[in-house]
Design a protein around this ligand. Structure first.
Ligand code: PGA
Length: 228
């Protein structure tokens, strides 16, 4: 894998508070193999209020990149509760967009595309989650295949899904990549240190979006250490 083609993203979802940040980063940094820096991009996606404090603490280690978990479909204005690309610029290098937990709450393909437009205009790299072909195709139609990082997350594979069927097989991921005009995808869904080996050295898998296994810093560092 060429330099920085691998991404590992911690999606903390609605977990962690201000008080947890220092311990998480110290725990991660004590185990993470620094020789991976430059090969693997380490990204953490906390809730909005934790972006600034995490960014400040992360300066101590130097290698951590920040992602938001969402971004507004609007540029600015009277949209209570929204956080826009211009407000995240300079704070978050990435933004997760179109996570199934947001789509399930009614987020549409058009909203996802507007969010991507806004992120791209301000230089924030979208990590676009999709679980079915149509969700990825709609993005490719509007933005092309190279503008964003695609993360394939079958809903049934996500650990918090009721009756989750566990991590997807490599064949399932390959079948999805083959349907789309992309040759690489980030995989997400129940990835942990016990199963990540199954996905390493697979040329169309370019990283991992990790939910529950990212909450424990040692776990997340052990997964990161396996990537190359
Ligand atoms: P999980 O979550 O690793 O807990 O399955 C992944 C995600 O929803 O992004």
């Amino acid at each position: 894998m060429n330099k920085l083609e691998m991404h590992i993203i911690a999606n903390w979802k609605q977990n962690k508070t201000l008080a947890d940040l220092k311990d998480w980063l110290t725990g991660f940094d004590s185990i993470f193999d620094k020789e991976k820096v430059g090969q693997v991009e380490i990204v953490v996606a906390p809730s909005f209020p934790l972006i600034v404090p995490l960014k400040m603490i992360a300066q101590e280690v130097g290698y951590l990149k920040i992602s938001s978990q969402d971004i507004s479909e609007y540029k600015d204005g009277a949209h209570t509760g929204e956080v826009g690309a211009s407000q995240l610029q300079g704070l978050a290098e990435y933004s997760i967009i179109g996570h199934s937990e947001r789509r399930k709450n009614g987020e549409t393909i058009d909203q996802v595309n507007s969010k991507i437009t806004n992120a791209l205009e301000l230089g924030i790299k979208p990590i676009v989650c999709f679980s079915i072909e149509e969700e990825a195709s709609a993005v490719i139609e509007k933005h092309g295949k190279d503008a964003v990082l695609f993360a394939f997350e079958p809903v049934s594979a996500i650990s918090s899904t009721e009756n989750s069927s566990g991590p997807a097989g490599v064949e399932e991921i390959k079948a999805m990549v083959d349907k789309l005009p992309i040759d690489k995808v980030i995989y997400g869904g129940s990835v942990d240190k016990s199963n990540v080996d199954n996905y390493l050295n697979i040329q169309f898998i370019s990283g991992f979006l990790v939910g529950s296994a990212s909450l424990d810093p040692a776990n997340f560092a052990e997964i990161a250490n396996k990537l190359h």
